[in-house]
Design a protein around this ligand. Sequence first.
Ligand code: OAD
Length: 243
Amino acid sequence: METSIQPLREALRNAQRVVVLTGAGVSAESGIPTFRGAEGLWKTYQAKDLATPEAFVRDPELVWEFYNWRRALIGQKTCNPAHTALAQLENIISEFTLITQNVDGLHLLAGSRRVLELHGNIWRVRCTRCGRETMDRSPDMGKRPTCTVCGGLLRPGVVWFGESLDPHILHQAVEAARSCQIMLVVGTSSVVQPAASLAFTAKSGGAMLAEINLEQTPNSDLMDRVLLGKAGEILPRLVEGLP
Ligand code: OAD
């Protein structure tokens, strides 16, 4: 397994089709807590216990309290050098797709254009009655926000555990993974499906895989290259000097 940056930079220099798959680690240096590990706790709850349809049915006010906390937090944060480097990389690769599990919208803020938000966007809200979706950037949606059209209860426009991903977005992600020459897997624990399996899809399509993470993950063995460290330090170094 190769651990230096230079061979990966050379491979990127010659690549036409590149996919980057990102997770919460990319936004960690913006000050947004990741999901797993000690900082993944809110009050006494694990995020994964609140980000479910069952939790919302049981106690929508608690789930909205959690999302209002996340909205207020994320609303104050901005992109970091990892987001910026990925936006720069897009400018020099002819077919570039950024697949993110993050709902914070920071890749778009950094200037990335072809972004597939697998798990939705925290600023989107959806009516549980009429299905209408809108963008709303208020940091506090209140305890039980309702639809201005039908009065139904609104829910966050994100994908929760146990829910299916938008099939159109997933299809585009799978196609991009299948046909890419290089996939960079950055800042994700690679334990949540189907995102984690996109690396297998890319590998079986013949792509070179590289992981950038603070630590090894269950997908590390699949990788051609593993670069251990902070995304906000490694990605700018990787993109520096390209093309
Ligand atoms: P996790 O919190 O599971 O994993 C974050 C990963 O980022 C870990 O592997 C860390 O080692 C790594 N990491 C932390 N800081 C880093 C840094 N500065 N540079 C590089 N790596 C760093 O987050 P995800 O893998 O994104 O889903 O979690 C996947 C999904 O599970 C999320 O999208 C969310 C969550 O529950 C839903 O909400 C549906």
